[in-house]
Design a protein around this ligand. Structure first.
Ligand SMILES: [Ca+2]
Length: 110
């Protein structure tokens, strides 16, 4: 039966293997960290809908997010906090339930 020393080889070889193992673990940790990091949105340009008015047909009817702000919330520039888990209940959202197609007509001006 071979000893550990015989299997691993010299101290120099062991050191090389340890360095290799550390590098592999570091790369794996970096890959996992980047895969789990929240995606950051990079807008392709200025938000031309920001602050513009719009109409909704039919009117929103989802009780958990329908409120007086529905006619501003789609273009007010606000975003749901990333920590908010249920966007369908966030007051800043606009929603419908048991509804067919919805027409959102945005007035971009001239
Ligand atoms: Ca709302």
């Amino acid at each position: 039966m071979k000893s550990i020393r015989e299997i691993i080889g010299s101290r120099k070889t062991l050191r090389a293997w340890l360095i290799f193992a550390v590098v592999v673990l570091w790369v794996a940790a970096q890959t996992l960290a980047s895969a789990q990091a929240p995606a950051t949105f990079e807008p392709p340009g200025p938000n031309i809908a920001l602050g513009k008015s719009y109409t909704l047909d039919p009117a929103p009817n989802y009780k958990h997010c329908t409120d007086d702000g529905d006619l501003q919330q789609l273009t007010d520039g606000d975003h749901i906090p990333q920590t908010y888990q249920a966007l369908w209940g966030f007051p800043g959202c606009v929603g419908w339930t048991k509804q067919g197609p919805v027409a959102i007509t945005l007035d971009l001006g001239d």
